[in-house]
Design a protein around this ligand. Sequence first.
Ligand code: FES
Length: 558
Amino acid sequence: MSGRLPSKERYGGVYNAPHRAFLRSVGLTDEDLGKPLMAVAVAWSEAGPCNFHTLGLVRYVKEGVRAGGGSALAFPTIVVNDNIGMGSEGMRYSLVSRELIADTVEAQIQAHAFDGFVGIGGCDKTQPGIMMAMARLNRPSIYLYGGSAEPGFLGDRRLTIEDVYEAVGSYVAGAITEEELAEIEKRAHPTYGACAGLFTANTMATLSEALGIALPGSASPVATASRRAMYAYESGKALMRVLELGIRPRDILTYEAFINAITVLMATGGSTNAILHLLAIAHEAGVKLTLDDFDKVSRRVPYIANLKPGGEYVMADLDQVGGVPLVMRKLLDAGLLHGEVLTVTGKTLRKNLEGYIPPKAEQRVVYEPEKPLKPAGGIRILRGSLAPEGAVVKAAASEILRFEGRAKPFDGEAAAFEALKRHEIEPGDVVIIRYEGPKGGPGMPEMLKITAAIVGAGLGKDVALITDGRFSGATRGLMIGHVAPEAAVGGPIAVVEEGDKVLIDVETGRLDLMVPEEEVKRRLEEWRPPEPRYRSGLLAKYASLVSSASLGAITTPR
Ligand code: FES
């Protein structure tokens, strides 16, 4: 790292004796104090499986740092487990936690003068939160994923948490018994680790490799794999190497690196949440990335990964056939990736992938770009009179690409779920869930409870859903989220009325309210914002600072 290390400013010289006294108290010796001081920022919590084990990886990272010539101390961040908050007030804290985690890492690194860090994430928001901090602080740093859970099995059917949500919908529809639901519940998530499919956690881990800020191959081993300890140790060593080479996150997080990440996102049909997160990480890195970049890439990149929720397999299967490098090597060979970008190995992406030998065995997890599952990307951006600033649809997770139906609006997810329970949602309906955006939610809660229940109730092909909230990476069906502007700031979604015609056309990228423009204008003139859901505390603070979903729902000082 060029210039004097932050730790030397804080802990070197006679006047800093009091600061050193504290580091001696936690076990650092004279020799340790002479070395660069690195951190391990670990998102750890026993309150759910996703980050249950991450604390155990810390000692391997520290050993790697020591082997590379540094000292290391660890600190934790909070974790909000999305699937525990899902469908409740708790879910409003999920996206909010991304900002809290980024801010926590910033505060700890700055306040304690660390020279760099390895950040360990697991559950959905812990990952972009740490990556945002890497970009914001721009100190040498490496991202390390804690790994996902092994899949569950019911016979030879692979199960993930998505199956439990859908089973609830099937139970509501009377298609399965309570005992069958209980059996799925017991088998779905059999080990610690993040959700097993290519939902948001595995998507963000995959993108950490595509961005070049994690070691190649580190995303796919399951949480229980012994290779996790190896990647932890190697990440510690690699941190010391990037420090020595003077490589900082913003040298890696260039516009081309983000285009690579979007390419991998589209090719794998990853989570729509990644759009928010990549926009937010790019913002922290000072890179101008917009929804148009996602739109452009999605039109030219084929969808090649047969992974849940759109496909059949889970992350453990991708690991078996070669991991994320297999996907990236195919995309690089097809001329779809920028190969000259720098990565945390100190080498270019191309150099990393040249060293990768694709497995010879037949496999059905990753297809050839020339013979893809679908010719265009897994996620598409929609615009139109219902979403002038944009909306997001996961095309990979639905067979239906065009839908015209009657609007059934609900103010909040809970009301929609109650209507489903009363069997009031029928084929041909376009369920509109509003006031769940970044400000309105606040925190853009995910809608897995209702989307999975719709699919589980057998309505997945006959009902579409549109919301200014978000979706879980596990969501499937024709579900459009991130509608901007959101209802809480007077977006057109706020004035949709029961029975209005709505057109969704994924091919042409349109999302239109088929109501005369004059009528929409009249309704908007009469519209008044509702009272905020929270007047004090974290959610109220967040609502006052958060931006539009089309900008990544970043928080900015007023
Ligand atoms: Fe944590 Fe899915 S809820 S990764």
